[in-house]
Design a protein around this ligand. Structure first.
Ligand code: NAP
Ligand code: GFB
Length: 318
């Protein structure tokens, strides 16, 4: 099995690297599998010829397709056009090459933000196309929804084994800690680090009331590898912590402050957007086939990520 991981240098790609290192030490049944972690320097996947060259060079039997233009709420608000165009191009190119190179299985990554904004909760896998997504990330969301459409087309016309996973917000070591472009956990960790250094307030954007489910990158990595062996259906599957593990942005900020040992003022800047209030997802499908998977707690995950950031401040993506 030769597995091409697109987006191999990102948050989730580095989670798979950590987890497969363990596998090769014999902890898991993944010995003998060859992983190739591709980055944008191996080929710009927006470009069809460069994508094809990567497939020609690697000739993968399996693909874990993670590469995407990714960003937090505020990056999406500023660049909906680029989020749509880049992700449409990347996904069309990668999935067409999977077909051309007779890849046995491709797992692509969607996101719970792509679900309809006006919906009932909890969200499940059947609801993706039931209405427009939240306006803040409309470009990213529609491009991601099209992965599901492409998967269905290649499956029905050519019998391709293309599927997709739907993670919630992800976090962990090697995230993008850029304050303007990144997601909330890495953004808050970086802001808290600077607030502590400069003896300033720790500023949380928005009201702090929105709710999110967060999955630690290594949990997602393990579940993706599990899907490689155990999930063979072109319909997507939500990979999420349980509904009761949903937390508010304020709770997350307090955990960040605790694990960054921040003792100053915490303030909320309500002039900034809250984005979508919630996108509570139901992991019943996952639990029905993998009932006993134990997720990392948000407290431990944030502690590990804070410790990683402090230790790797100089070289962290920021
Ligand atoms: P990330 O940390 O931002 O990493 C993105 C990866 O994609 C990097 O390896 C990057 O390569 C690569 N990439 C970007 N544009 C590329 C291009 N034009 N050509 C080739 N490679 C390109 O992203 P992530 O957080 O790991 O996300 C992984 C997947 O999960 C994505 O599909 C994302 O949409 C999805 N997802 C993420 C979240 C989240 O909260 N982070 C939530 C739900 C779903 P370089 O390092 O070389 O630039
Ligand atoms: O992770 P995040 O940017 O994305 O979280 P979404 C946004 C929430 O955290 C909003 C609050 O309620 C913000 O007001 N927040 C507080 C902050 N402080 C900060 C901060 O310093 N940085 C950031 N970024 N937020 C994204 C989508 O939505 O979810 C993407 O826009 C993507 O497309 C991702 O799919 C998973 O959860 O709101």
């Amino acid at each position: 099995m030769k597995i091409l991981v697109t987006g191999g240098s990102g948050l989730v790609g580095s989670g798979i690297k950590r987890v497969t290192n363990n596998y090769s030490k014999g902890h898991y049944l993944y010995e003998g599998r060859e992983f190739y972690f591709a980055t944008s320097s191996d080929g710009n996947l927006v470009n069809y010829e460069e994508t094809k060259s990567l497939f020609e060079k690697i000739k993968p039997t399996h693909v874990i397709h993670l590469a995407a233009k990714v960003g937090g709420l505020f990056s999406n608000l500023r660049q909906n056009v680029e989020f749509f165009n880049d992700n449409m191009d990347i996904n069309r190119n990668v999935l067409h090459c999977c077909y051309l190179y007779k890849v046995e299985k491709c797992i692509s990554c969607l996101s719970t933000c792509i679900f309809p904004n006006k919906t009932t909760y909890p969200i499940d896998e059947t609801m993706i196309h039931n209405g427009g997504p939240h306006e803040s990330n409309i470009g990213y969301s529609y491009a991601k929804r099209m992965i599901d459409v492409i998967n269905h087309c290649y499956n029905s016309q050519y019998g391709c084994n293309f599927t997709s996973i739907i993670p919630t917000n992800i976090y962990g070591p090697n995230d993008n800690f850029n304050i303007e472009d990144g997601h909330v956990i890495p953004g808050l960790i970086h802001k808290c680090y600077l607030a502590k250094e400069k003896n300033e307030d720790f500023v949380i954007w928005g009201s702090g009331t929105p709710l999110r489910q967060f999955i630690y990158a290594d949990d997602l990595a393990r579940l993706i590898l599990w899907c490689l062996d155990n999930y063979d259906n072109h319909e997507p599957i939500i990979l999420s912590v349980d509904e009761e593990d949903e937390v508010s942005i304020k709770e997350v900020a307090l955990l960040v402050a605790k694990h960054m040992n921040f003792e100053g003022n915490i303030v909320f800047d309500s002039s900034k957007s809250d984005g979508q209030f919630k996108k509570t997802a139901n992991n019943k499908k996952l639990r029905s086939i993998y009932p006993d998977y134990k997720f990392q707690s948000i407290e431990n995950g944030i502690k590990t990520t804070c410790d990683w950031f402090k230790k790797n401040f100089e070289n962290a993506r920021k």
